[in-house]
Structures are given as C-alpha cells and as structure tokens.
Ligand binder design. Structure first.
Ligand SMILES: Cc1cc2nc3c(=O)[nH]c(=O)nc-3n(C[C@H](O)[C@H](O)[C@H](O)COP(=O)(O)O)c2cc1C
Ligand code: SF4
Length: 395
C-alpha cells in the first residue's frame, strides 16, 4: 500500500477564493461517511478530544431523541495569544465550510452554524455566497472575550443569550442549541476533517501560534516534532509558555527536549491547548507577564461562581504584589499557593483550574526571579515592552 500523501496544508496560498481552494484541494468527494476516514483525529480547540467519539455520541443522541442534531463550528478563538483559527478562517474558509458539511453529514444535522469574531463574518459570508451556501450555514458573531469559545457559552450565544458558560451538565452533545444534541467542533478540527476526506495525512499536523522576541506568526507543524525545531529558542530564553493562558510555563531545558505530542507534553504537566508556543526573551520578566495575564483572566469571568468571584481576583492581586520589586508581607507567597489550590474543581467551567495552572507553573519556573523581586530587584530590561498580548492592557 502506498503511503498517504503529505498534507497540502491548512493555510493555503493566502487566496481565500473558492477557485484557489478547488485548485489546491480538488472538490469535496461526495461519497464516504466521515466516520470511515476521521481516524485518530483529535480536537484542536484545547482539550484534544477524539473527534470520532464525539461524532458517534452526537449521532446516537440525536437518534435517541428523535430529532436532527445541530453542528456548530467554533471559530471564536478567545485566547488572546492565539491567532491560528483567525488565520485559518481568513486564508482557507472553504476548508472549514467543507468540514462543517462533512460533520453535518456524520451526525445527521439539519442546522449548521459557524461562530466567529465579528471581524471575520464579512469574509465568511463572501465564501458562503461563492459556494451557494448562504442560508444553509448561519453565521454568528462572538464577543471578543476569553470565555466566548467555551462550548456552553458558545451554545448560549448561538441561542441568542449572553455568552456565559452554564456548567457541563447536561453536556452540549446531549442538550445544546435549542435543547438539541449539538456537535461543537473547533474550526481547525473541521478543516482537518475536510483534508482527511481527500485522503490527506491531516491528523498528523497542527497549527501553532509562535511568539518570539518581536515576532508572532502561525505555522503548521508535525505532531511529534521537537519543540526546539518548531520554536526558535534564542540564547537567554527564560521559559517557554506552552498551550496559552490556561497553559504552563516550562524551563527552557525541559522545553528544548520536548516533542509536541500529547503524552510527552502531559509528562511535564503541559498540553498543546490553544496551540500557543511562546519563548520568553532574556530581557522580560516572567512574573510580570504572568501577573498581567492573571489580571486579564480574573476580569474575564462573569463572577457567576465562587472561585471566580473571590478566588481569581485575590490570586491576581497577590501576583501583582509579587511582580513589584520590593518588600512583601511575610506569607504572601504561601497564601497565593493556598488560594490557588482552593479554586480547583470548584467552578461550573474549567476557567479557574486553567488560570491557576498557569500561576502554579510560574511560581515553579520563576522562583529565582521571585527572589530577586523580594530583594527589591527585577532582571528585566527597564522599559522593555510587554511580551504576551493582554487585551485592554491589564498591566
Ligand atoms: C475557558 C475555555 C475557553 C475555550 N475557548 C475555546 C475557543 O476559543 N475555541 C475553541 O475552539 N474551543 C474553545 N474551548 C474548547 C471548547 O469548549 C470545545 O471543547 C471545543 O470547541 C471542541 O472542539 P474540538 O473537539 O474540535 O476541539 C474553550 C474551553 C474553555 C474551558
Ligand atoms: S467558573 Fe468562572 S468562568 Fe466558569 S462559569 Fe463559573 S464564574 Fe464563569
């Protein structure tokens, strides 16, 4: 048997037209049920859930309920450090729309929704018009908020309500949009499904957003590649953020030897999450960066649950004190560690858990910098700009 062709890539030439799409990938094959080619594809929205299992669960739930399912493409990308989904939607909208068509076929859906930032809707509407699918796919604009892409918040927004998480029970695959079984799938996952339908080796690659000093870009990389081959680690790199603002800081020596593969990442307490890889340059302060991100994350919840109402603001305030060089109240660090432990597993969604995962990794990796701050010094270059993007400039 010949080896499958290498992926032709999700990011295309930059020409988002239907003509360029068909020239690169050919038409979407009519035959073949998606469950026959989905293989070991995993979701690219953060949790890495096996797509085949989700397709099966939604199809079964719809059959059991005697109602057609709903499919929602999740293109909101609330993570401020990530740009992979926005780049994909802008460059290759037809791959995502092909994937939606396949997903709808797989689960027996009669309603198909694509949710994305308001700024993306014009381009997506043009793509729908080109393929004669206006009216068959509903476009929904999402607010520019960290939690907007969490699947229960997404379903609430599609139903016309405020985009707030509502808790995991019942799960959206059982009761989602208008109470119907709903498949929520990240737009990169959908685009990969569209490549798999064409016999492309799409499950073995992933999109990442890379941050290095003065440069942010999106690249498609093989899963299993060495992190150091994918993300340039300049001399003096202090730490690598893997996954995004619900991810983990890793020491450069650990990061350099790591492969971008689920179990290898899990063995050091990391995951690919929203596909963010960021190499903190020598002249910035990791404690300051983390404090700014935490201030942002704490402000993003609607304060519906205790951990977000009381825990995250308190944790963010403590981290802000630790980010300022100078004497600190004895026990502040121990209090911060204790508060971080208290919020885990207590929210209706995993926002508190993800936020304190980042804090815990920062306290481990930036221990020397914390000691410098306690002694009244910071090793960052004076006036160095922020490294990680924080909307609203919470700094
Ligand atoms: C706080 C939070 C924010 C999330 N934001 C996004 C997002 O912006 N985009 C996305 O695709 N998934 C996001 N997710 C994951 C979704 O809830 C859901 O698991 C995902 O869209 C499923 O698609 P997949 O199986 O293709 O990954 C988020 C999850 C959490 C807990
Ligand atoms: S845990 Fe926080 S972010 Fe999640 S639903 Fe509750 S208040 Fe909102």
């Amino acid at each position: 048997m010949s080896a499958p062709p290498l992926t032709r890539g999700l990011l295309g030439t930059g020409d988002p037209s239907l003509a360029a799409h068909v020239a690169a990938h050919g038409p979407l094959p009519h035959g073949g049920h998606p469950t026959s080619f989905v293989g070991d594809l995993t979701g690219r929205g953060g949790a890495g859930f096996p797509t085949a299992r989700k397709l099966h669960a939604v199809a079964e739930a719809a059959r059991a309920a005697g109602t057609p399912a709903v499919v929602v493409g999740n293109g909101g990308e609330g993570e401020p450090a990530a740009a992979k989904d926005a780049t994909l939607l802008a460059r290759s909208p037809h791959l995502v729309l092909d994937g939606l068509q396949l997903a709808a076929r797989a689960v027996g859906a009669d309603t198909v929704v694509l949710a994305a930032a308001h700024s993306q809707l014009g381009g997506l509407d043009r793509a729908l018009a080109e393929r004669g699918d206006r009216g068959r796919v509903r476009l929904v604009g999402l607010p520019d908020r960290f939690l907007a892409g969490e699947e229960t918040a997404l379903v609430a927004a599609v139903d016309g309500g405020p985009s707030l998480p509502r808790g995991k029970v019942p799960p959206v695959w059982q009761r989602g949009v208008r109470g119907r079984p709903t498949l929520v799938q990240n737009v990169e996952t959908l685009a990969r499904l569209a490549l798999l339908a064409r016999g492309d080796d799409a499950a073995g690659h992933t999109l990442v957003t890379r941050h290095t000093a003065g440069r942010v870009d999106v690249a498609e990389v093989p899963l299993g590649a060495r992190l150091a081959d994918v993300l340039p680690l300049a001399p003096g790199t202090q730490a690598v953020l893997v996954g995004g603002y619900h991810g983990s800081w890793l020491p450069p020596a650990v990061a350099a030897d790591l492969t971008l593969e689920r179990s290898a990442l899990a063995s050091v307490g990391a995951s690919l999450g929203a596909g963010v890889l960021a190499a903190l340059p020598a002249d910035r302060c990791g404690v300051r960066e983390t404090a700014s991100v935490l201030a942002y994350l704490a402000a993003q919840s609607a304060g519906q649950c205790g951990p977000c109402l009381n825990g995250l603001p308190r944790i963010a305030a403590a981290l802000e004190l630790l980010a300022r060089p100078g004497p600190r109240r004895p026990g502040l660090l121990a209090d911060l560690e204790r508060w971080a432990g208290l919020v885990v597993g207590r929210g209706a969604c995993t926002h508190p858990d993800g936020s304190v995962r980042l804090v815990a990794s920062a306290l481990r990796v930036f221990t020397p910098e914390l000691a410098e701050h306690a002694a009244g010094r910071c090793t960052a270059a004076p006036g160095a700009p922020a490294f990680l993007p924080v909307p609203g400039g919470a700094r």
